[in-house]
Design a protein around this ligand. Sequence first.
Ligand SMILES: Cc1cc2nc3c(=O)[nH]c(=O)nc-3n(C[C@H](O)[C@H](O)[C@H](O)COP(=O)(O)O)c2cc1C
Length: 209
Amino acid sequence: MTANTHPVLLRIDASAQSNAKSISKQLAERYQRHWLKTHSHGEVVHHDLADMTLPYVDESFIEAMYTPKDKRTGEQQQKLALSDALVAELKRADALLISTPMYNFAVPASLKSYIDLITRAGETFRYGEKGVEGLLSIKQTVVIMASGGDYTQEPASAMNHATPYLKTILGFNGLHEVRFIDAAGMNMGDAVHAKNLQQAQQQIDALFA
Ligand SMILES: Cc1cc2nc3c(=O)[nH]c(=O)nc-3n(C[C@H](O)[C@H](O)[C@H](O)COP(=O)(O)O)c2cc1C
């Protein structure tokens, strides 16, 4: 649960392209504009992962992560500082918006790095007698994904490893109710592009209608 005096939207953008070119970022802007209109005094915490160059998980990160909190050296605390800060943002958020392209049938490496940093035993999930328990409790989670091809129907949907992965990892961390909005077929010619982009825009608008 959050103890904010005002609602907080955490927005994570994963496209390597700038706002001017990125379809997923433009759709995220649209969502954010609506959100700010409907949440007076709302605060947006925004990370453009293209600007962050997040570190990969390495051996010292793993060692620090599995050292009990009260036994961590200063160096280990430092190693986990970014991960701790990103997890704290998620715990403070009332709404989570992830905007991402599909890259090579999966999510961009920047988004994978972000997920590797925020998925933390004892912080965002824990194992109990009944199995895994997700510990995040954000009220609304939305994923906006742009892709060149269209994988919304079978049999092409089997090639989309991004959406099932995001569903699994967000659920694992406690976020079971996720709304996915696809801007699919963005490279399939002007007519498909225009139709599917408008559909994604309408789906975003409908979330706030
Ligand atoms: C490195 C790279 C890999 C891509 N891989 C795929 C892919 O596997 N499937 C697909 O449908 N589109 C793929 N695309 C196309 C993008 O998903 C599409 O252009 C999308 O609009 C990019 O999102 P953005 O406009 O928010 O940057 C790829 C684009 C790039 C740059």
